[in-house]
Design a protein around this ligand. Structure first.
Ligand SMILES: CC(C)(COP(=O)(O)OP(=O)(O)OC[C@H]1O[C@@H](n2cnc3c(N)ncnc32)[C@H](O)[C@@H]1OP(=O)(O)O)[C@@H](O)C(=O)NCCC(=O)NCCS
Length: 154
């Protein structure tokens, strides 16, 4: 498995894997093709160097994405942070370290850009992701509606 910078032509893989990754978690996700495509474009525009893709090096199949936004101003911290807007892995590829490798890449990028904190919002009933983030050293730091804010100093 290798991790590379995302490109504009990764949009189709993003739409396909995003749809599969959020099955059962639709209350926290975009559900139409149109919304997912504009979300991809929005993420690319927010920070064009902060989106990374995990690729199976033997088949060149794309298996996951992370999007870190180092231009994000956190009103909680009153400064720019590395905002992990998105992280997902193809269901068949879970539990193999792909999510961890992608998250570490996003964090490394935020650090390179001089950020000292990463922030993200996870659905309150998305227990698997919450456990995953806790394992990765994130701590809950507030909530808004059905979202839990999590942060990690980097
Ligand atoms: C959350 C997600 C990205 C994790 O990806 P993954 O590739 O399965 O995670 P990894 O295999 O890298 O796991 C890394 C560590 O977290 C742990 N972990 C992963 N899923 C876990 C779970 N459901 N419960 C507890 N621990 C978990 C692993 O055991 C592993 O620990 P280790 O390093 O000690 O072995 C993936 O489940 C996913 O795509 N979920 C749907 C989309 C989503 O909810 N994204 C987050 C939105 S905020």
């Amino acid at each position: 498995m290798l991790i590379r910078l995302a490109r504009d032509d990764d949009m189709e893989d993003f739409v396909r894997i995003y749809g599969r990754a959020y099955e059962g978690l639709e209350e926290y996700a975009y559900t139409t093709r149109k919304e997912i495509k504009s979300y991809f474009r929005w993420l690319r525009k927010r920070d064009s160097e902060g989106m990374f893709v995990a690729v199976d090096d033997s088949t060149e199949e794309v298996v996951g994405f992370v999007a870190c936004d180092t231009n994000w101003y956190s009103s909680f911290e009153e400064k720019e942070v590395g905002e992990i807007h998105e992280l997902f892995v193809e269901p068949e590829w879970r539990g193999k370290g792909v999510g961890k490798a992608l998250l570490e890449k996003g964090i490394e990028y935020a650090r390179l850009k001089g950020r000292d904190l990463t922030e993200l919002w996870v659905g309150e009933k998305n227990y698997k992701a919450r456990e995953f983030y806790e394992k990765m050293g994130f701590k809950a730091a507030g909530s808004w509606g059905h979202w839990i804010r999590m942060v990690k100093r980097i």
